[in-house]
Structures are given as structure tokens and as C-alpha cells.
Design a binder for this molecule. Structure first.
Ligand code: UDP
Length: 313
């Protein structure tokens, strides 16, 4: 297949490029490099089936030749990034999704939207099933990301229903692994880098919020399964092993062998406003329609991630 990946120089996008190239496909990575980096795809330079186009997907997209599939991953998924760039976040979710769907329609390509567990907001149903409509504050700090993805899902379904585009929607829960940005502000790079430097681990508020952490290779495998499956409605992909952030801090300390302290901080900016108190994917649907579940344990995934960040700090 000839496949376009928007956000192809990002954390998840670059792993998807690797996997699809390994599977024998031709891959075009598109990225405006606002948060993605060529370092993530530098090893692919010169690969005969890999191409890179630097482009902002909120503008008209031109791709020469046929396309069999489009993965739309371009986005600003880190709370720090979408708080800094709220309008760009809304534009890439809305205009970028519109442009990429238009491209898929024109090329007759299958389309996969990378959506998010953030569509569930601060959830009142736990664990989150795909039929839960969510609890999102549209005017809160997270609203720019959450609403852009909710709009993106609605637009994807509209292109499916009215234009017959063969679409897929994946709701991605917290994912981690090598190539996360050290400064993207999320808990995995923060804690791992803090632990490696011997700095205190910054647990926000009381550390009781929960997340499950999915290793990137598991996620990417599930996304490819979904592209090939016959399932138009959204599918959760994530790791249902839920843990509190304070427990996660202890886990990172244990695996890095760090003697960093753990400090409880209350951020003065808006980053923890509307921060979901709990989050855990119900993955029954992924198990049923994709025969998918995470295989990489937290210990193993974190070891790979720690090894990656060791070279960076
Ligand atoms: N968090 C934390 N310390 C940090 C970074 C994040 O305690 O240095 C918390 C954050 O408040 C949230 C959880 O860790 O409750 C996961 O945050 P992240 O930004 O990784 O992803 P989110 O799930 O909020 O999108």
C-alpha cells in the first residue's frame, strides 16, 4: 500500500512509519515540525519506500500519485503544547481533519483518524467504553484539544456517511515510549528525566489521579489492525492496567534506581484544571473486533523508555 501519515515525524507517527515500512509498504510522512522532529525519522532518510513532506495540514494538501490509506495523526496532544498553542490545536483538529478527509476522498483512500481518550473529558463512566459520550468542559483549558478531536470524529463520520469514505477512528489512551519529547510536559518523560537527573519527581496535587500506560509498539500494532478491520465506529486502544500517579512515580524510581525524592506540587498555570481524575480504557471492543490487547508490560516498556532518555539527559 501507499500510505500517508500526517504527524509522521512525531512520537507515535514515526513509530507507525517504521512498522509500515517493515511491513513492506510505501510511506509518506507529512509534518510541519512544530512539535515533531526530523530526529525521529532521520534513520529513514534514503529508504527507497520512505518520503517526507514538510507541510502544515491546516492548508491545502497536495500529494502526487495514488494513496491507499491516510493516517491522520497530526495534532498537539500534550497538555503543555495545547495550552501554549490553543488556536493551532483547534485548527489542526478541525481544518487538518477536513483537508486530510478531502484528500482521502479524492484519492479513494481508507482513512484512520487518531482520536483520543480526551473525548471522554473528566469521565463519569469508568472504565470508559466507546458508547460513553463524555464529560468535557468546552471552555476549560483542555477544551481546545478535546473539542477539536470531538469535531474531528464528527467530521470523519460525516465524510463516511455522506461521501462514502472508508473511515476508522481510534481513541488513543496514554501512550509512552522512546521518541517522546523530553520537554513535552507529560508524566512519563517528566518523571523518567527527573529520576535520571536525580531531581525530585513532580507529582501534581495529591497524586491520586489514575491512568493506564500503553507502550507505543502495542498501540501502533492496534492501529494497523484497525485500519484493516471492518469497524467504522470508534475503538479504544490503551492499557487497562490502571494506576495512580503516585504509584507510577514509585515505579519510575524503582526502575531507574534513582534516589530522587517525590514532591507534591500544585501547578499555578491551568495545566491541572479539568485534569481527568480517573482514566482507564475498556478495551472489550478492541479485543472483540481486532483480537488486540497490550502485550508489553509496564516494566519492559519503561526499561526501553529509560534507555532512550538516558542518552538524552
Ligand atoms: N502529572 C504529574 N506530574 C507531572 C506531569 C503530569 O503528576 O510532572 C500528572 C497529570 O496531572 C495527570 C497525569 O500525570 O494527572 C498524566 O498527565 P499527562 O500530561 O502525562 O497526560 P494526560 O493524561 O493528562 O493527558
Amino acid at each position: 500500500m501507499r500510505i500517508l501519515i500526517t504527524g509522521g515525524a512525531g512520537f507515535i507517527g514515526s513509530h507507525l512509519c517504521d512498522r509500515l515500512l517493515d511491513d513492506g509498504h510505501e510511506v509518506i510522512a507529512m509534518d510541519n515540525l512544530s512539535t515533531g522532529t526530523v530526529d525521529n525519522i532521520a534513520h529513514l532518510a534514503g529508504h527507497e519506500r520512505f518520503h517526507f513532506i514538510k507541510h502544515d495540514v491546516t492548508h491545502y494538501i497536495y500529494v502526487e500519485g495514488p494513496l491507499d490509506a491516510v493516517f491522520h495523526l497530526a495534532s498537539l496532544p500534550s497538555p503543555v503544547d495545547y495550552l501554549n498553542l490553543p488556536i493551532q490545536t483547534l485548527k489542526v483538529g478541525a481544518l487538518g481533519t477536513h483537508k486530510t478527509l478531502g484528500l482521502a476522498l479524492a484519492k479513494g483512500a481508507r482513512y484512520l483518524l487518531a482520536s483520543t481518550s480526551e473525548v471522554y473529558g473528566d469521565p463519569l463512566v469508568h472504565p470508559q467504553t466507546e458508547d460513553y459520550w463524555g464529560n468535557v468542559n468546552p471552555v476549560g483549558p483542555r477544551g481546545v484539544y478535546d473539542e477539536s478531536k470531538r469535531f474531528a470524529e464528527a467530521l470523519t463520520m460525516a465524510y463516511h456517511k455522506y461521501h462514502g469514505v472508508d473511515t476508522r477512528i481510534v481513541r488513543i489512551f496514554n501512550t509512552y515510549g522512546p521518541r517522546m519529547r523530553m520537554d513535552d510536559g507529560r508524566v512519563v518523560p517528566n518523571f523518567v528525566c527527573q529520576a535520571l537527573r536525580g531531581d525530585p519527581l513532580t507529582v501534581y496535587d495529591d497524586g491520586s489521579r489514575t491512568r493506564g500506560f500503553c507502550y507505543v509498539s502495542d498501540l501502533v500494532g492496534g492501529m494497523i489492525e484497525l485500519l484493516h478491520a471492518d469497524e467504522v465506529t470508534p475503538v479504544n486502544l490503551g492499557n487497562p492496567e490502571e494506576m495512580s500517579i503516585i504509584d507510577f512515580a514509585h515505579k519510575v524510581k524503582e526502575l531507574t534506581g534513582s534516589d530522587s525524592s517525590i514532591t507534591f506540587v500544585t501547578p499555578t498555570d491551568e495545566r491541572t484544571k479539568d485534569d481527568p481524575k480517573v482514566r482507564c480504557p475498556d478495551i472489550s471492543k478492541a479485543r472483540r473486533v481486532l483480537d488486540w490487547e497490550p502485550r508489553v508490560s509496564l516494566d519492559e516498556g519503561l526499561q526501553h523508555t529509560i534507555a532512550y532518555f538516558k542518552k538524552k539527559v
